[in-house]
Design a protein around this ligand. Sequence first.
Ligand SMILES: NC(=O)c1ccc[n+]([C@@H]2O[C@H](COP(=O)([O-])OP(=O)(O)OC[C@H]3O[C@@H](n4cnc5c(N)ncnc54)[C@H](OP(=O)(O)O)[C@@H]3O)[C@@H](O)[C@H]2O)c1
Length: 380
Amino acid sequence: MPPTSGGRCRSTPKHVVTFSCELLHYWHTVWVVFSSFSQCCLRLQVATLLVVLFFSRTCVDSLVKMEDEAGVVLVTGAAGLLGTHMLRSCPPHIVLHGTIRNTVPFIDETSRIALHPCELTEPGAFRDLLQRVRPAVVIHTAYSIKDLDRDVRCATYSVVDACRDVGVPLMAMSSDVVLNGDDGLAPYADDAPCCPVSEYGQAKADCEAYMVKSLSREGCVIVRTSLIVSTHPLSANCRWIADRLHAHDTVTAFVDELRAPIAAEDLALMLWELAVLFVPRCTPSGGSDVRAGPSCAFRGEYGGVWNIVGPETISRYTLALLVAQCCGFDARGTIKGALSKDSSVKRPRDLRMTMQRAQKFLHTTPRPIGELFWRHTSLP
Ligand SMILES: NC(=O)c1ccc[n+]([C@@H]2O[C@H](COP(=O)([O-])OP(=O)(O)OC[C@H]3O[C@@H](n4cnc5c(N)ncnc54)[C@H](OP(=O)(O)O)[C@@H]3O)[C@@H](O)[C@H]2O)c1
C-alpha cells in the first residue's frame, strides 16, 4: 500500500522539479547541436553549460529537500500494542511506514500509512526496506518474549546494523527490566547502568549494549519504559487478569513488585515528541544545529537512554485490583497477594524510575494509571 496524498506535497512539486531538470537537459542538447555549426558560438556554449549545471544542481537539491521535509518515519512492530498507538497518534506532517509480521493492524483507508510485511531477522530484509523507504528515523518497537534470541536480540541487531549501514538514526524501545530492582538504587535515573535479573531483562540489556556499541550513545535513543497499558482493548498485561476473573479463577499478584505503568497512548505521544527533538527532519521546518552525515541528521545531545514511565508507582497486586474494579468484579477473595521475593523465578522487584530528561524536554505528561482505569468502568 503506497503512502497516499496526505503527506506534505510529495507528488506535485517533485514532478515539477523533475520536469524542470529534464527540460533544461533537453534544451542544452538542442543548443549543443545547433552551436556546433559555428566555432564562434563556443564561448556561448560553455557559458550555457555552466548555467544548465547550476540550475540542474539547484533542482536536485530542491528535490532532496522536499523529500526530507516530508518527515518519513518507519515504525517496526506496527501491529503491536505500542505500534498501533504510534499509528493512531502519528502527527499530520509525518509520512508513516510500518513493518508487520503475522498480525495486521486495523488502519483507516484514508490514513497515510504504508505497511510492509517484514520478518526482521530474515537476512537483508530490513536493510532492503530501509533502502527503499529512506526514513528520517526508525522507531523500533517490535519484540516478542516467546523467542528472546530471535525476536529480541536478532531482530534488534538486524535493525541496528541496517540503520548504521544505511545511515538512519534509530530510536528503540527498551524496558525497566534491564534494571536490578533489588540493589537499593531505586528510583533509577535515566543513566542507571543495566543490571538485569531475568532472561528477558538480559536480552533487552544486550540490545541496549549493541546499540551503543554500533551507533554510539549520542547516535541512538533508547527508551526504557514500564508496563504499557491500554484499556480499549485491554492490553495483554491486564487481559490475563480479566480472563481469569471471567473464568472464576483466583488471581495471584505480587504485592512487592513495584512498577510505574504508562498508558499506551501517552507513551506514543511522548515518543513522537522525542522523535522530532532527536531528528529535526521529522518536522516540516527541520533544524539548523543538527549533526549530519551522508544521509542522517540527528541531535546527539538527545541521544542515549530516556526513562518514560507513568507518574504513579503501584504493585502488581494494585494493578490487578484496578483491572478487577474496571471490569465490574468484586476483588475481595478473588485477588490474592503474594511475595515476589518468594517466587522460584528471579524477578526485578522495585523498579521505580525518575524521568529527568522527559520532564525537562517533553511537553506531554503521562496520566496516573489509576485515572485511566477509573474512566473506563465495566470493561468486557
Ligand atoms: N508491553 C509492555 O508492557 C512493555 C513493557 C516494557 C517495555 N516494552 C517494550 O515496548 C516495545 C513494544 O511492546 P508491545 O507490547 O507494543 O509489543 P507487542 O504488542 O507484543 O507487539 C510487538 C510486535 O512486534 C512484532 N515482531 C516480533 N518479533 C518480530 C520479528 N522478528 N520480525 C518482525 N516483527 C516482529 C510482532 O509481530 P507478530 O504480531 O507477528 O508477533 C508484534 O506485532 C517492546 O520493545 C517491548 O520490549 C513493552
